[in-house]
Write a protein of this length. Structure first.
Length: 100
């Protein structure tokens, strides 16, 4: 695994502010990868307790089924509701603004 890329992905996730979400594809793209699956793998293998993994969702606004209860509870605590298990990406998706 390209550890520089993995660390860029983790840095990207760490930058997502509370009350916002991104998709695995967003994380991958911001880190310089075309692989949302790699972003998911990096989070599952390398994220530590301080990584806000719960702010990363699938492209349809849903969490992975095995993470759903905890992930949706954490998001709800940050003011991000889910309707029928799906977060409204049009409203809560984080779009990083370029500097300057």
């Amino acid at each position: 695994m390209d550890m520089e890329l993995a660390h860029r992905m983790l840095d990207t996730v760490a930058a997502i502010p509370p009350g916002r979400v991104s998709t695995y594809g967003d994380v991958a793209a911001r880190a310089g990868s075309r692989s949302p699956r790699l972003a998911g793998f990096v989070l599952s293998q390398l994220a530590d307790e301080g990584t806000p993994w719960h702010r990363v969702l699938r492209s349809d606004g849903t969490p992975a089924p095995h993470l759903a209860p905890e992930q949706l509870a954490r998001l709800r605590a940050e003011g991000v509701p889910a309707v029928a298990g799906r977060v409204d990406l049009r409203r809560y998706r984080w779009v990083e603004r370029p500097p300057g």
